[in-house]
Write a protein that binds this ligand. Sequence first.
Ligand code: FES
Length: 244
Amino acid sequence: MHDLPLNDMTMIDMTTHLPAPGRWRPVLPATSLTPSAGVVLGFLQGEELALWRAPDGSAQAWENRCPHRGLRFTLGTVVDGRVACGYHGWSFRAGDGRCMAIPAHPQMTVPRSICARTFHAVEAEGMVWVSRAPVAGAPPATGVRTWVRTLGIRASPASVAQTLAGAGWRAAAPDVLAGGEIGGDAAVLLLTQAADGLVLLHAGLVDAPDPACLPQIHAALRRLRGELEAQADLAITGTEGAKQ
Ligand code: FES
């Protein structure tokens, strides 16, 4: 992995709400997409995604909104290899997201124009990465062998990245922080912006963890979350104090 200047990541890639097409962004560990999990909620730069696994094993990432009346796809189910909306049961196929059946009109040929809004999704090193537009290359290599936990952090991406940089983590690629340790194990952290002031931090270990060490790894992650949120609160308090 090549290092990036931290400011490139925090100021350009992670704080903007503008679409940045054509770049893989980490969304969630691939183990979250199981046949029994159905349609799973994820996020791409603050936008909700509906994620699921197609019958051919490929990860699917869609806008979390049915094109009929807008119900979240995550309230639906996967039936016969398609997503069935939880409201009127329209079903949508993998790949292009085309609607294939409308239960209230079983004889009707569904217009080709009725489709879920789909994104590009790929799995790499156990992580699902999503992009709004085609990407020529693969997601950045992380070197992660085991994803141990995803934490929700009440802070902005810039605040999280800045605090981690102060703790010795380095920006190995956009949204990828490396060079630190969790519970004494070499670790990598991936950042997903879930909403304003909410970041998902995916923690992975470079080596397979000793199961006996997992409690201390989880404890270290809880402490890290506390530190990141405390620093974010401190920054907000400082900003408000400076205004007074
Ligand atoms: S809102 Fe999805 S089928 Fe009607």
